[in-house]
Ligand binder design. Structure first.
Ligand SMILES: C[S@@+](CC[C@H](N)C(=O)[O-])C[C@H]1O[C@@H](n2cnc3c(N)ncnc32)[C@H](O)[C@@H]1O
Length: 281
């Protein structure tokens, strides 16, 4: 639940760790997209929060590609999460690295349990804008502190969906292998919607305008979610969605190149949402 608006002249200062600070980009770019006449997504909560933050967002104003990336990934993740919730109205959804994301408010069906997990400093900031409730809990833990699985395991028997948006590329492949292994061991049957970039973008982070002034480094990328299946037979690839398949006209020339055979695998794998299931359960 969103908190009532603060005093207009008392802006909230932001002091976050390197990766944590990156949450400001999708927040700002969702708000910016939301204000377009032809917006892909509407996020009035993000629009309001950025007005209450003391942060210089000017360098993000030219990040039109990243804005489109954020809008499309928000749209795909909203669609796919809604699909899961429609099929499983009593589901438990764990939003890993939630930042100041507001998906619960958009998708709440009045029955599900939604857990926003993030680092303690981010959750402290989150609490300034959102109120925790019985069905929307906050977990102040790293996704690599696997005691969060003990917390989730108490909801045993309910269908479980994990979401990671703007998150996994900040970690080493070895860390992600450890993450997948722990989820497969302890949460069989869970599904996972993961936003991921390609190895090419990992090495060219500087071209992502808006991100280039932040210190957090990209570390891990994959061309396709199918690569993860080779890690362990318990990881089942279901589907993936490239951002270049939507709103081609807004991608300008990149959208057309993404459809041309020599470049299409290269570009289409660059920005995507991947859907997995952990076999068993
Ligand atoms: C780019 S932001 C994405 C935020 C949100 N998912 C969104 O799309 O608006 C990355 C998020 O990952 C969080 N984060 C960083 N390290 C983390 C960790 N070890 N475990 C969980 N979350 C982490 C940061 O605090 C931040 O909120």
């Amino acid at each position: 639940m969103i908190k009532p608006q603060g005093m207009p002249d008392t802006k909230q200062s932001v002091e976050l760790g390197e990766v944590q600070e990156t949450l400001l980009l999708p927040l700002y770019l969702r708000a910016r997209e939301s204000r377009r006449g032809d917006a892909i997504i509407r996020d009035p909560v993000a629009e309001r929060i950025i007005e209450e933050l003391q942060y210089d967002f000017d360098s993000c104003d030219r990040a039109w590609r990243l804005q489109l990336d954020v809008a499309i990934r928000t749209e795909i993740l909203d669609e796919q999460t809604k699909k899961f919730i429609d099929q499983n109205p009593e589901a438990v959804v764990v939003n890993l690295g939630a930042g100041l994301d507001n998906r619960f408010t958009r998708l709440d069906n009045g029955r599900l349990l939604w857990i926003d997990l993030d680092m303690p400093d981010t959750i402290a900031l989150r609490r300034k804008f959102f109120v925790e409730s019985e069905r929307n809990r906050f977990l102040a833990k790293s996704m690599f502190d696997f005691t969060w699985i003990d917390d989730i395991a108490r909801c045993e028997g309910r269908p479980l969906l994990l979401i990671a948006e703007g998150l996994v590329h900040y970690f080493e492949e070895s860390q992600m292998k450890e993450f997948f292994g722990n989820v497969a061991d302890r949460l069989p049957g869970a599904e996972f919607l993961m936003h991921s970039i390609s190895p090419v973008l990992v090495n060219r982070q500087g071209i992502v305008k808006g991100l280039n002034r932040m210190n957090a480094q990209f570390k891990w990328g994959i061309w396709s979610g199918r690569e993860i299946e080779a890690w362990d037979p318990r990881y089942q690839f279901i589907e993936e969605w490239s951002f270049f398949d939507r709103y081609r006209e807004r991608w300008r020339w990149t959208g057309w190149i993404a459809q041309m055979p020599p470049f299409s695998r290269w570009l289409r794998g660059t920005l995507k949402i991947v859907h997995f299931r952990f076999r068993g359960g």
